[in-house]
Design a protein around this ligand. Structure first.
Ligand code: C2G
Length: 130
């Protein structure tokens, strides 16, 4: 069984996220999403999520490509996650290009093109315009 992992906030779930998850799943049979907790998002990314971790987890678990959702609580957990979950391929959008190449020692590392024209930040801006 080929196992894939990806990380993210996945707030205000949109088709850019779905495109990423769909393509990530094509690298294996089992896709794990390490979902940023509310604390991690605020402390490390200064992101205040609209949906709580539990709500975002529930949404991700409803997606056919996703097999397991685990918490992302620190920047440092990736290496141990890859080892603990016997990951074959680590996948991220290419806004992170090169940032996780240190994982190449443990698994394949793939950066996929982001879906253009859509982001949680843009959704919030558009909604604020009213
Ligand atoms: N994404 C994408 N296209 C978009 C928006 C997002 O492909 N238009 C991808 C991102 O590249 C990422 C995933 O969807 O791979 C989740 O995006 P975010 O929730 O914004 O993730 P981020 O806050 O970048 O967190 O340790 C890594 C971090 O947790 C990544």
């Amino acid at each position: 069984m080929k196992r894939v992992i990806t990380y993210g906030t996945y707030d205000l779930l949109h088709y850019g996220h779905i495109n990423l998850l769909q393509r990530a799943k094509q690298y294996g049979d089992y896709l794990i999403v390490a979902l940023s907790t509310d604390e991690f998002n605020w402390k490390e990314k200064q992101k205040k999520c609209y949906f709580t971790y539990e709500e975002r987890k529930r949404l991700l678990e409803a997606i056919r490509y996703v097999d397991l959702v685990i918490p992302e609580e620190s920047w440092e957990q990736k290496k141990s996650d890859v080892q603990e979950y016997h990951i074959d391929t680590f996948v991220m959008g290419d806004d992170w290009e090169g940032k996780f190449d240190f994982l190449k020692e443990y698994c394949d590392v793939v950066y996929l093109p982001r879906t253009p024209e859509i982001s949680t930040t843009q959704i919030k801006k558009d909604l604020n315009k009213g």
